[in-house]
Design a protein around this ligand. Structure first.
Ligand code: ZN
Ligand code: ZN
Length: 120
């Protein structure tokens, strides 16, 4: 097999896939990954990192959310799977347009921040 094809296959295999998406507690979101890693996302931090066009400027990448407008106790009411690549979250503050792609979620994993793990 040509080397390039093999590399492409391996990159594909490294696309993070969750095996379980649920709650860590009343507020926080827990994702169990295929490679055994477990990520816990504090609800408000996840809300503040909403990637939708209303919260994040698509062109500049600037954050449009005003943190003080987000309730301290904001939490997910409903988590929906979008195909095989993302979840959407219905938030208690009424927001529901954010789509959180798995690869982004994995990069955002709070326990991996700073150590370089979870980045591709
Ligand atoms: Zn948003
Ligand atoms: Zn982690």
């Amino acid at each position: 097999m040509p080397r390039l094809a093999l590399a492409a296959m391996m990159a594909n295999a490294q696309m993070p896939q969750p095996v379980e998406i649920g709650r860590a507690n009343e507020h926080d979101v827990k994702i169990q990954w295929q490679d055994g890693h477990e990520s816990i996302y504090p609800a408000r931090a996840l809300r503040l990192s909403c990637p939708c066009a209303g919260c994040l400027d698509e062109v500049t990448g600037a954050i449009r959310i005003i943190a003080t407008n987000i309730p301290q106790g904001v939490h997910p009411l409903k988590i929906d799977l979008i195909g095989r690549y993302a979840i959407s979250i219905q938030w208690s503050d009424g927001h529901n347009t954010g789509i959180y792609a798995f690869d982004r979620l994995r990069r955002m994993c709070p326990c991996c921040q700073g150590c370089g793990a979870g980045t591709s």
